[in-house]
Design a protein around this ligand. Structure first.
Ligand code: 13P
Length: 253
């Protein structure tokens, strides 16, 4: 049985004060649910990770980074390694978020290296993938998602892949208010689980959590979570409002 997992991606929002306040409000609101029946994480900007991790240290809410570099140390000006993130109390790192793929230009190959580096440095990667609107309209969703999945996990053995959470985030649903219907999301989640079964065997495929992300709100979270292969939610905008995020956590139980 896969335990539900709800993660909030704060993107490039909050400041040192409001980030800590938000984390505290989420912790207060989700006290009885987080950690027991649902795993919860928040992913603040790099510069507020340590403060937020401190504010959440006596709670069961974990902290994740929004990105991680693919090397552990050295002359990589401006980059942050997995071991640095681990050192300041991070548990998770998003890898391959659509904004990094499509705004910053990250390739499948770089995402693959980041996933491996995250695991090597002791983090649990949340591997994001999903198709563009033009790809969905051209009926290429399955092909794109399959390619991103296979390339992203390339070289990872069964043991390493168990550290990975997958997040299906159709790009056309991110920040647009256009949520995938539960059926649309389930179709892709089922495809991802089938591919994981082919790559790693049924047992591993049944254990890996697959989150849905893209305009998740308190009023659509519960319905998405009723789908068999939707194991949790990766929330952007609604994770910046403590009440909304707490409501989403509670509807994922
Ligand atoms: P929204 O929930 O704002 O659509 O963002 C989704 C997302 O990108 C989470 O990583």
């Amino acid at each position: 049985m896969r335990k539900p997992f709800v993660a909030g991606n704060w993107k490039m929002n909050t400041d040192s004060h409001s980030g800590v306040e938000l984390a505290r409000a989420i912790a207060d609101g989700a006290l009885d649910a987080a950690g027991h029946s649902v795993d919860v994480a928040v992913c603040p900007p790099f510069v507020y990770l340590q403060a937020v991790a401190g504010a959440l240290s006596s709670t069961s809410i974990a902290v994740g980074a929004q990105d991680v570099y693919c090397e552990q140390k050295g002359a990589f000006t401006g980059e942050i390694s997995a071991s640095m993130l681990k050192d300041i109390g991070c548990t998770y790192a998003l890898c391959g978020h659509s904004e990094r793929r499509h705004v910053i230009g990250e390739s499948d190959e770089l995402v693959n290296k980041k996933i491996s580096a995250a695991i090597l440095g002791g983090l649990l990667p949340i591997f994001c993938l999903g198709e563009l609107l033009s790809e969905r309209e051209a009926l290429e969703t399955d092909e794109v998602v399959s390619r991103q999945l296979r390339n992203g996990l390339s070289g990872l053995d069964v043991e390493k892949v168990s550290a990975v959470t997958i997040a299906y985030e159709p790009v056309w649903a991110i920040g647009t208010g256009l949520t995938a219907t539960p059926e649309q999301a389930q179709q892709v989640h089922a495809l991802i689980r089938k591919l994981l079964g082919e790559m790693y065997g049924e047992r591993v495929a049944e254990e890996i959590r697959i989150l849905y992300g893209g305009s998740v709100k308190p009023d659509n979270a519960a319905e998405l979570m009723t789908e068999k292969d939707i194991d949790g939610l990766l929330v952007g905008g609604a994770s910046l409002k403590a009440d909304d995020f707490v409501a989403i956590i509670k509807s994922s139980l």
